[in-house]
Design a protein around this ligand. Structure first.
Ligand code: PLP
Length: 379
């Protein structure tokens, strides 16, 4: 049997070779980056080199980059900091749970049927209450791939003096990362493993000098924002992955993903007419298509495709392996379809035959389910 077809890149991207090399190199460093002796200084050089490379990609000063254990922690630091400052926190209804559940009392801002934040509702919410605010809007959604209108959101935040927080976990290798910090955001979040780096590293980038304060206190690493010895191999791999992902995207990787995604969408339209391509006409990540199959539970589809050797996910499945109803699709007004959608997300190393393999498995699954539906119920 051939290897499973990985179409779950939004859960985690396969490790890029550049990231593997960098991480393995850093594993052999004996020193602690905080030690002042020669071994510590050697480790520190690798850490600061990674920081400079991440900063250069985002067009910010190295001092604006703070390494964390991933996007979840980076979101938590920013939102907890804003809450501690007494800010109102507004977030789009389609944010990742690591934003929506970071602190209590978050005010949610609705999205349109296309999954994009309702900018008028955001303006009204900010106008209705003069307290200082932080607005959390993701660069692109992990389930639907819908890209948020960050420039417009940033302009609204500027007009109301609100801080903008951008969870960019799904952006690297798919969208130009330099634009993320350039939009005026006070905090930008990245995750190594979503960029083809090792799991367990990420960054909170603070381009404007906003200081949310620490969530984890201790030895004062990361200039006191995030104590704990830095995960050097994961961080070194992160910087290498981010660089490789950006170069790869700009050199035609994104176009290739778009053409493969389009092949899937075309095939679905031809072969499984009842399927709904969620947010079909919205700007979406090159690699992501969310497909709803009326009347068929997402869990059933994920299991059937898994048996056919195709790995996709349902709901916000990158969180805990659960297949729960999608709050994202519910927020987009999909009603019962929110229980019936799978996410197909192409990894950077996707093969040319992936659309055919997926479509064959998907169409066969639908045919089997239809067959079962007409089977007489045993007396
Ligand atoms: N934000 C978004 C948009 C995500 O897709 C994810 C991944 O599941 C996260 C945050 C959490 O990322 P991490 O696994 O680095 O904590």
């Amino acid at each position: 049997m051939s290897a499973p077809l990985d179409l779950d890149a939004n859960a985690t991207e396969p490790l890029r070779p550049e990231a593997r090399r960098a991480a393995i190199g850093a594993l052999d460093l004996v020193g602690n980056p905080s030690s002042v002796h020669a071994l510590g200084r050697a480790a520190r050089r690798v850490l600061e080199d990674a920081r400079e490379r991440v900063a250069a990609l985002l067009g910010v000063a190295p001092a604006a980059v703070f390494f964390t254990s991933g996007a979840t922690e980076a979101n938590a630091i920013a939102l907890a900091g804003a809450a501690r400052e007494g800010r109102r926190i507004l977030a789009s209804t389609v944010e990742h749970d690591s934003v929506l559940r970071a602190v209590a009392g978050i005010e949610v801002v609705p999205v349109t049927a296309a999954g994009m934040i309702d900018v008028d509702a955001l303006s009204s919410a900010l106008a209705a209450d003069p307290r200082p605010a932080l607005v959390a809007v993701m660069a692109a959604n992990n389930e639907t791939g819908v890209i948020q209108p960050l420039a417009e959101v940033a302009a609204i935040c500027r007009a109301f003096g609100a801080l903008l927080h951008v969870d960019s976990a799904q952006a690297p290798g798919r969208l130009p990362v330099a634009e993320l910090a350039g939009c005026g955001a006070a905090s930008v979040v990245l995750s190594a493993h979503k960029a083809g780096g090792p799991k367990g590293a990420g960054a909170l980038v603070l381009p404007t000098g906003w200081w949310p304060g620490a969530l984890i206190r201790g030895g004062g690493q990361e200039r006191g924002l995030r104590s704990g010895t830095e995960a050097l191999p994961a961080i070194a791999g992160f910087a290498a992955a981010l660089e490789a992902a950006e170069a790869w995207r700009a050199a035609g990787g994104a176009e290739r993903l778009i053409s493969l995604r389009r092949a899937i969408e075309l095939g679905v339209r031809e072969r499984v007419r009842q399927a709904v391509i969620v947010a079909e006409h919205a700007p979406r990540l090159p690699n992501t298509v969310c497909l709803a199959l009326p009347g068929v539970a997402a869990a059933t589809q994920v299991m059937a495709l898994d048996l056919a050797g195709v790995c996709v996910s349902a709901g916000s499945a990158c969180s805990s392996g659960k297949v729960a109803e999608s709050h994202v699709l519910r927020a987009m007004g999909l009603g019962a379809l929110a229980n019936s959608a799978i996410r197909v997300s192409l990894p950077w190393n996707v093969s040319d035959d992936a659309p055919t393999r997926f479509l064959d498995a998907y169409a066969a699954m639908v045919a089997r389910l239809a067959q079962r539906a007409v089977e007489p119920i045993p007396a």
